[in-house]
Design a protein around this ligand. Sequence first.
Ligand SMILES: O=C(O)c1cc(=O)[nH]c(=O)n1[C@@H]1O[C@H](COP(=O)(O)O)[C@@H](O)[C@H]1O
Length: 235
Amino acid sequence: MEKAVFVALDFDSQNKVHELLAKLGQPQETYLKIGMELYYHYGSDFVEKLVNQGYHIFLDLKLHDIPNTVYQAARQIAHLGIFCTTIHALGGSEMIYAAKKGLIDGTPTGNNTPKLLAVTELTSISEKILANEQNCSLSMTDQVVSLAQTAKKAGADGVICSPLEVKKLKKQVGSDFLYVTPGIRLSNSTTDDQKRIATPQKAKEFGSSALVVGRPITQAEDPALVYREIKKEFE
Ligand SMILES: O=C(O)c1cc(=O)[nH]c(=O)n1[C@@H]1O[C@H](COP(=O)(O)O)[C@@H](O)[C@H]1O
């Protein structure tokens, strides 16, 4: 996982996924993220197909429910042979603990338990939205640190956050925890709906463990070129 670049497959059809993978021309060790869009369309068969082809799959379903429901869902997810999955840290420590236990209990003997990543504040949330809509009196960084501390205590393996928070997180939460960062944009990319962004180079300087990149790669004229550029900048 260290220094992985997860390509976010935010597509509405399998054909588009296969077209992109053919363009990337990458062998099996590629890290891919499957999100709600593909999962709700094709279900777990599609996930298992890519797992069986040897890809490292980040299944991003962002679970957020009562602990028992999340435990049962995580137990099912653990059968799929995926590399990591997500929950919302805002669900609280009991829910995070239940997710971790579900992943452990559901992992078939001999397989690795999927890593559990807790989403802190989405990278589409600004300081202003945090204050005005979530009524949070902490600064963004302090709120992310607080959620990460809760997630770590409850057994998560890492968090999803913006690269902008990683430096402080490493100091206050520790280096023995994963900091996986979306909100990645090259200096010439559009920001789209992302608010807390950084370049791969900056993410590297701040200490991100891994990147999540969607549109800058998937919507590029030459996705393989951009993918290689991002990997080179980050590694
Ligand atoms: O959990 C995530 O992966 C995630 C968390 C977050 O805070 N922000 C965020 O953008 N993501 C995901 O990362 C990807 C970013 O996509 P792009 O903005 O197209 O690079 C999307 O698949 C999002 O679902």
